[in-house]
Design a protein around this ligand. Sequence first.
Ligand SMILES: [Zn+2]
Length: 465
Amino acid sequence: MNMAEKIASKIEARRESFIKLSDQIWEFAETNYTEFRSSELLARTLEEAGFAVNTAAGNIPTAFTASYGTGSPVIAILGEYDALFYLSQEKGIAEKRPIKQGGNGHGCGHNLLGTAGVAAVMAVQELLDEEQFEGTIRYYGCPAEEGGAGKVYMMKAGLFDDVDIAITWHPSTGNRVISQRIIANNRVTYKFKGRSSHAGASPHLGRSALDAVELMNIASNYLREHLIQDTRLHYAITNAGGCSPNVVQQEAEVQYVLRGPNMSVVQDMVERVTNIATGAALMTGTTFTHSIDSGTSDLVPNKPLELLMYASFQQLGVPQFDQEEESFAELIRSTFSKEEKISEKALADTLLPYEYDSGIIHGSSDVGDVSWSVPTAQCVTACFALDTPFHTWQIVSQGTTSIAHKGMLHAGKVMGLSVIELFRQPKIIAEAKAAHAKELQGKPYICPIPDGVGIPSVTTEYSLI
Ligand SMILES: [Zn+2]
């Protein structure tokens, strides 16, 4: 048996238990720092398998690490398990039907994401023993990827300080190794204060905080034209100052997500939008405060690691789907709009070619921050019908199908094989570190979350990705 076959057979041997784990997390559908049951389930599974578990890692209640082996190299596999707000959906149907109105759902497939990592580290654990490799395999239970920047706080707590390499993946509609730069972002809250008054009898005495928010948004929309390509600016009015038109609104709040190719572009955007807020306050006779609540960095690609992951993927091939799965994917695709439906096929059946540093993805992830600290590589596997848009009921519905399970187990194998090759060929680790150092030469890491800003309140409802 070659190494790819060994990894695959170890994961297949526990196939049913990993599927159960993932489906259970899908049922929990816990969001943003409330992933208590999901993290406990994953941590317990690894503890029972003989891993040394550190719960509430970095003083983050739903973060944990689980290590096996001793000394270096330390290879990390990153797992996530958070769901999204308002995406409650019944499983396995091609029709929008929430289980609970206003409930949560796994609209980004993180039930699969976290479980594939567990499958990978458990397979690697066995091989470390069998082949007597030196080093440590460590699973990172990372909470709140969806807007909570869990990994940034884990980094701040020093949890990645002794890590040599990080490997991860994301459930997707296709198969490939990612070498694109996801964009950096900050979430900034602007709170305006004015003076209330009777809007009919004495409007001249009022100073409207809502006017300030509206003027700020108009000016920010004008700003768009004068921002570089690959920036993004979006906002939500999170407090409109009440629901009475006849009371001049004395308070109002707007949250901005500002994204750019790197943190210094984002910082410049924050400054320009804050200047706009100053202008809006002057125009309306109001005052404002602002705070940077969250943020994540752009992704640093790593060619040696990505090539290793691509070679592992090539050896293992792609997930194979049967006719019944094709038919279900077709049914899901029948719910897409014409403009969403691009592919000819229902399910991916090829591995897309690898291309180093191939453009920008206009989404954000806290994996970006890990990639500034540690050489990092990630792949995606086919878990959903082609063209399925993320953060939708269709992703939630597909999250427990045999298609999703196959994609998940396959990702576990690709990651597991890549990690084992790192233990077998330490020179790849050295190459990855050299490429990382070269890429970051003269580019200091700018932490997107200012010191003193703690993990967000568990009731905060938002999503960055
Ligand atoms: Zn995601």
